[in-house]
Design a protein around this ligand. Structure first.
Ligand code: GTP
Ligand code: MG
Length: 194
């Protein structure tokens, strides 16, 4: 995978507008503020490719980014309480609408903040991915916030909470310290090549 030739493709505000899936897709899902957009920028080493904000709910559309081999999909974050009901419904429509389409899902990166137990919505996302039989990895974010030892313990606690076997990859990443990014790149490459 050439991570240097990425370009922004398009944003979508409703799932019916999503363009057909012409490339293997790597989607990034997770609660609002977990670090999806930051991680995409680090994967491609491109500041500002995806918009990052300390205010949760920054990404309110589905954004497509493309390389020659794959499409990368930045999904709006779920679980941000301080939005209106209509806004919440719009996000749910987008996320569910995306996954309900007949697309070439190469890998879903389900992001969870390593400092916290999985939320109910994270649990729902993982159950959905398992039931749908979609290939996925759990990307633990903000690894710089804990010591190495605490990171390892938190990963095992999350693995247990989510009922995942050792076969499910759970890379520990930090967009701030740029760690775990190469490991994630390798997981993505393997999934796209399959
Ligand atoms: P939404 O678009 O609202 O769903 O959020 P998002 O998941 O795209 O999160 P985003 O990348 O915008 O990051 C949210 C906040 O977390 C920002 O203030 C980032 O600087 C911070 N952040 C992201 N990744 C890391 C990380 O690895 N370490 C630390 N310490 N902060 C991070
Ligand atoms: Mg975002």
């Amino acid at each position: 995978m050439n991570y240097h030739d990425v370009s922004f493709e398009r944003s979508f505000g409703v799932s019916s507008q999503l363009t057909p899936s012409t490339l293997p897709e790597v989607a990034f899902a997770g609660r609002s503020n977990v670090g999806k957009s930051s991680l995409l920028n680090k994967l491609f080493n491109r500041k500002g490719l995806a918009k990052v904000s300390s205010t949760p709910g920054k990404t309110a559309t589905i954004n497509f980014f493309c390389t020659a081999e794959a499409r990368f999909v930045d999904l709006p974050g779920y679980g941000y309480a301080r939005v209106s009901k209509t806004e919440h419904e719009r996000w749910a429509e987008l996320i569910e609408g995306y996954f309900n389409q007949d697309r070439r899902f190469a890998l879903v990166c389900s992001l969870i903040d390593i400092r916290h137990p999985a939320s109910k919505l994270d649990e729902n996302m993982v159950s959905f991915l398992q039931q749908a039989g979609l290939p996925f990895v759990i990307v633990l974010t903000k690894g710089d916030k804990l010591s190495r030892q605490k990171c390892a313990a938190a990963r095992e606690a999350l693995r247990k909470q989510l009922g995942l076997g050792p076969d499910v990859a759970m890379p520990i990443t930090s967009s701030l310290k740029v760690t775990g990014i190469d490991e994630l790149r390798r997981l993505i490459e393997r999934a796209v090549a399959d």
